[in-house]
Design a protein around this ligand. Structure first.
Ligand code: NAD
Length: 330
């Protein structure tokens, strides 16, 4: 890297961008990834490394400037007034410490983190008016998502009417349990259909069905983790937000913890890295969020990710790799 000159960097970036965009198209539009996530992540990090050295080589179509998904023309579009962003990620304890150092330097003191599991599904937005679900959508490219209201209404864990007449937007993850994923693939194999590579892709493919009856058959589930507008609710922390979401009738992942500084975060990571195989839903890491919402607001976002949260990504699961190998040989 040290001796990579600008023209070599430019040439390498063209190749990496093309390859990553091909992977993204397969993953986001077709729900059929060409490579495993860690292969994608490694190449993406190489892109960041080169762009970090030569920032003027960053192009608007670089995956580093784009939020996730590509939208499917078959669905009506929804505009996210507050963009649905991606998330920065780290892969080691050192990188985790660097993130924490940046936060502490910026804030001027140690902070509390709300630590949550990173559910391996797809992000959804739910809009309620006077307590009634009126719109549900995917993240799409962060600003424009797909309107999948009728499909989301088939998911049992999503309340269509809240216990209070609130008008607000919440966001969370739509996922397929491991058990349902195995059942679905078994059924598809018997029918001679291509099996899904992993529960994440199965969830994305199942939510983005043109006929809501097909979505209903797939038995999707949700964990909701964000209230987008807090104004009327007097909520000051992410942990209070989760408690309120639960009281309102949403399915909230029960494992989150508040911890001061990094040691508690590391303990949480170790604990869930060891038991993640035994969970009935896929996780691909742990998310740390600065708990205090006023600090979150002060830290703000980059063009692509919030500065107040980061994902620590686990190495790929053995079982998942095996499923993928099987998929690519059929
Ligand atoms: P991401 O999936 O790594 O992280 C952001 C997402 O995490 C959010 O949008 C949200 O949906 C989700 N999330 C889960 N639990 C959460 C929680 N508790 N709190 C907040 N958010 C939570 O980022 P991304 O931009 O959606 O996707 C990039 C990742 O997708 C890559 O790192 C790569 O692993 C994968 N990818 C793989 C391929 C491939 O070909 N295999 C292609 C493209 C992307």
């Amino acid at each position: 890297m040290a001796d990579l000159d600008k023209s070599q960097a430019s040439e390498e970036l063209v190749g990496i961008r093309n390859t990553l965009n091909e992977y993204r198209e397969a993953y986001y539009t077709k729900d059929a990834p060409l490579v495993e996530d860690n292969v994608y992540d490694k190449l993406y990090n190489r892109l960041l490394e080169i762009e970090g050295k030569y920032p003027d080589l960053i192009t608007p179509d670089s995956p580093s400037q784009l939020v996730g998904d590509v939208t499917n023309d078959d669905f009506n579009k929804v505009t996210h007034d507050i963009p649905m962003l991606s998330m920065g990620d780290v892969f080691s304890e050192d990188e985790l410490s660097e993130f924490n150092d940046r936060i502490e330097k910026n804030v001027g003191h140690e902070v509390d983190y709300n630590v949550e599991l990173k559910i391996d599904g797809l992000a959804i937005s739910l809009v309620y008016e006077n307590g009634i679900l009126v719109q549900g959508s995917t993240r799409g490219n962060g600003t424009i998502g797909e309107n999948v209201t009728e499909n989301l209404k088939t998911i049992k864990s999503i309340p269509q009417k809240l216990s209070k007449p609130l008008s607000f937007e919440v966001r969370g993850e739509c996922f397929m349990s491991k058990k349902e994923f195995l059942n679905l693939n078994e059924r598809r194999e018997k029918e001679g259909l291509q099996v899904f590579a992993n529960p994440r892709n199965a969830a994305a493919g199942s939510l983005r069905q043109l006929d809501p009856k097909n979505t209903a058959d797939r038995k999707l589930d949700t964990f909701i983790y964000t209230i987008v507008t807090f104004d009327d609710l007097n909520i000051k922390t992410q942990s209070e937000a989760l408690k309120t979401l639960e009281e309102l009738g949403f399915h909230v992942n029960p494992t989150s913890e508040v911890t001061t500084g990094l040691q508690g975060v590391k303990d949480y990571i170790d604990k869930y890295d060891q038991i993640r195989d035994s969970l009935d839903y896929g996780i691909d890491g742990v998310v740390l969020k600065v708990n205090d919402l006023s600090i979150q607001r002060n830290l703000g976002n980059t063009v692509k990710v919030p500065r107040w949260e980061i994902a620590y990504k686990f190495p790929p699961e053995q079982a998942e790799s095996i499923v993928k190998e099987i998929t690519w040989t059929i």
